[in-house]
Write a protein that binds this ligand. Structure first.
Ligand SMILES: Cc1ncc(C[n+]2csc(CCOP(=O)(O)OP(=O)(O)O)c2C)c(N)n1
Ligand SMILES: CC(=O)[C@@H](O)[C@H](O)COP(=O)(O)O
Ligand SMILES: [Mg+2]
Length: 637
């Protein structure tokens, strides 16, 4: 544990507020050391947290948190914030079962006024809090800290557009470290770089601003426009000012001698309307291995503090992500109409590898899932074959684009939904729980789920040739089973499942990567005298109705298993069986889905245990249903 005598005295942010400037700098030194040490044993988002150590100390020292609201966008950079706000004792439980969340969370602390993890929500939430303050006649500051990556999402502009017009008092701190997960992309990133290099003449502007404050309102506005005009002359104005924000900066986000007076000025100013403070920081700041790494240690495993070497698990089978990339590259080699789109997640989706192979056919649109989907739809209208690789959870952000721009127009956009199902340490905000339900209800969608990495290759090949309309392929986070893989997948017959094991009493129909657990459960049931059929549906839409009806007719119990919520595969099966009358023949149908609550961060095995979707729970469901079936009179027909 690092030596942190001053940090040891900080039980809550109020303890910062009577420290000297020098002492605050020392707190930042010790806070950085504590953050590094803690994440070395937990793993997590180190780089972003290191980039905001000084900013975190300064904001909590200047503003009266939690009365003043401090919102962290994404929240992955909030480890120093958690250490300063009464959670230091628990910081080494970060992202573990029963431990602290890896993001901000309302239920975790009064210092977390808004939960996050999906990016670009902080300005909207902050504006909401600011307007509520006015309506309630209360006094408080609202500060939203948003990164340059998160600032590339449309939602941030929606919020700034509204904030600028509403003239609400709100402080937005743009934490500009010129990094997203990967280096940032897009015109906004280039713009911010220009803004930083053009360093505005603050003294003239301060003069104008002081003048603006002294005039009565009408003239004040004229003076302020003059101020903006002056800025326009001197610095080319800023996009943020055009959106109604008073732009301050850029300033060095690691220099407490800059941060403290500017934040005090913003706290005490009588400027009416939103303010944007542009701070320039370095992701991974203060820890050489992070500073020197390409991704600035955005997300790390446990690591050796001295060497920075991450403690990697012994090399196992290739991840589903890697297999997806391999499969897509193989398809793209054979078809030059195949293109790929990611929303700022090239490494997470495997499109970094695809982009190396086909740079002209790979597109990173920034954190902009809505745009990514409709951009892909536009390419599809021109005969391209777009693979839109977006985590299941992040596709939630682009739902109307999927419905209105893709499915309704029956455009052949291919969705590759990585991180489908429960994802472990990132917890409920990142779980891919709902895509079967939110896509399964859409006409024209073809839905498939890979039971293993070989299936994944075949399903990518299937999507590559599926030009009749949109399709979505889901697969889990993590490693495959270690199966032998071909160079290229083989397209599957659309809407056809497969039977892996024939039995007579209980049928288990799996959709997706729970298949292994289903086979284990069948083995167990076999030892108890129950003969089990296990089938892999492969497709949720179109459903293999022949297979479903055969299983329902020939077995006393039919159990469906999926890594998804109610309203997904099991619901589609139930819907079909209901209309065939097969639910009135005494069949015991048991759709096994994620429970109707959010599953917190833990290891995936423990998460699925909690969700009731592991082999023992499948066995229990089968035994109970069989018990009921045996207790009933023999089935009619
Ligand atoms: C809607 C959404 N899409 C993608 C992500 C994945 N993601 C997490 S952090 C991050 C980069 C954020 O960059 P920035 O806001 O600049 O923060 P920094 O890590 O640089 O501090 C991304 C893309 C997300 N959290 N939310
Ligand atoms: C903070 C964030 O949203 C991403 O960094 C996410 O945690 C990545 O998830 P994976 O680790 O599954 O790629
Ligand atoms: Mg950034």
């Amino acid at each position: 544990m690092p030596h942190t005598p001053l940090l040891d005295r900080i039980r809550e942010p109020a303890d910062l507020r009577n420290l000297s400037a020098e002492q605050l700098k020392q707190v930042a030194v010790e806070l950085r050391a504590e953050t590094i040490d803690a994440v070395s044993v937990t793993g997590g988002h180190l780089g972003a947290s290191l980039g905001v150590v000084e900013l975190t100390v300064a904001v909590h020292a200047v503003f009266e948190t939690p009365h003043d609201r401090l919102i962290w966008d994404v929240g992955h950079q909030a480890y120093p914030h958690k250490i300063l706000t009464g959670r230091r004792e628990r910081i080494r439980t970060l992202r573990q079962g029963g431990g602290l969340s890896g993001f901000t969370r309302r239920s975790e602390s009064e210092y977390d006024p808004f939960g996050a993890a999906h990016s670009s929500t902080s300005i909207s939430a902050g504006l909401g809090m600011a307007v509520a303050r006015e309506l309630k006649g209360e006094e408080r500051h609202v500060i939203a800290v948003i990164g340059d990556g998160a600032m590339s999402a449309g939602m941030a502009y929606e919020a700034m557009n509204n904030a600028g017009a509403s003239r609400a008092n709100l402080i937005v701190v743009l934490n500009d470290n010129d990094m997203s997960i990967a280096p940032p992309v897009g015109a906004m990133s280039a713009y911010l770089s220009r803004l930083i290099s053009s360093r505005p003449f603050l003294s003239i502007r301060e003069l104008m601003a002081k003048m603006a404050r002294r005039f009565p309102r009408p003239l004040e506005r004229a003076a302020r426009r003059a101020d903006e005009f002056a800025r326009g002359l001197l610095t080319g104005g800023t996009l943020f000012e055009e959106l109604g924000f008073y732009y301050v900066g850029p300033i060095d986000g690691h220099d407490m001698d800059h941060l403290m007076p500017v934040l005090r000025n913003l706290r005490d100013t009588d400027h009416q309307g939103p303010i944007l403070l542009h701070v320039v920081t370095q992701k991974g700041k203060g820890y050489a291995p992070a500073e020197q790494s390409a991704d600035k240690y955005h997300g790390v495993a446990k690591f050796n503090v001295v060497t920075g070497e991450q403690v990697k698990a012994p090399p196992g089978p290739p991840s589903y992500t890697k297999v997806f990339a391999k499969a897509l590259i193989a398809e793209a080699a054979a078809d030059d109409r195949i293109v790929a789109v990611t929303a700022a997640m090239p490494s997470g989706t495997g499109l970094d590898a695809f982009g190396k192979a086909y740079p002209k056919r790979s597109f990173d649109v920034g954190i902009a899932e809505q745009h990514a989907v409709t951009f892909a739809a536009g390419m599809a209208t021109e005969g391209m074959k777009p693979f839109c690789a977006i985590y299941s959870t992040f596709l939630q952000r682009a739902y109307d684009q999927v419905v209105h721009d893709v499915a309704l127009q029956n455009l052949p956009v291919r969705f590759a939904l990585d991180r489908a199902g429960l994802v472990g340490a990132d917890g409920a905000t990142h779980a891919g729980s709902f895509d079967i339900a939110y896509l399964g209800c859409l006409p024209n969608m073809v839905l498939m789920a890979a039971a293993d990495e070989l299936e994944l290759m075949h399903m990518v090949a299937t999507q590559a040739v599926l030009d009749s309309g949109p399709s979505a392929l889901r697969y889990p986070r993590g490693e495959g089973l270690g199966l032998a893989l071909p160079e290229r997948g083989t397209p599957l017959a659309i809407g056809r499942g497969r039977v892996l094991r024939e039995g007579t009493s209980v049928a288990i129909l799996s959709y997706g990567a729970r298949l292994g657990e289903c086979l284990t459960a069948a083995e167990d049931l076999g030892t108890r005298g129950l003969s089990c059929t296990v089938a892999d549906a492969r497709f949720a839409k179109p459903l293999d109705v022949e297979l479903v009806e055969r299983l329902a007719r020939e077995h006393a119990v039919l159990i469906t298993v999926e890594e998804g919520s109610v309203g997904g595969f099991g619901s589609l099966v139930m819907q079909h069986l209901a209309w065939t009358g097969l639910l009135e023949t005494g069949l015991k149908l048991r759709p096994m889905v994620l429970p109707d609550r959010y599953i917190d961060h833990n290891s995936p095995v423990k998460q699925y245990d909690e969700a009731g979707l592991n082999a023992p729970q499948i066995v229990a469901a089968a035994l109970a249903a069989m018990g009921e079936a045996n207790a009933r009179p023999a089935r009619a027909g």
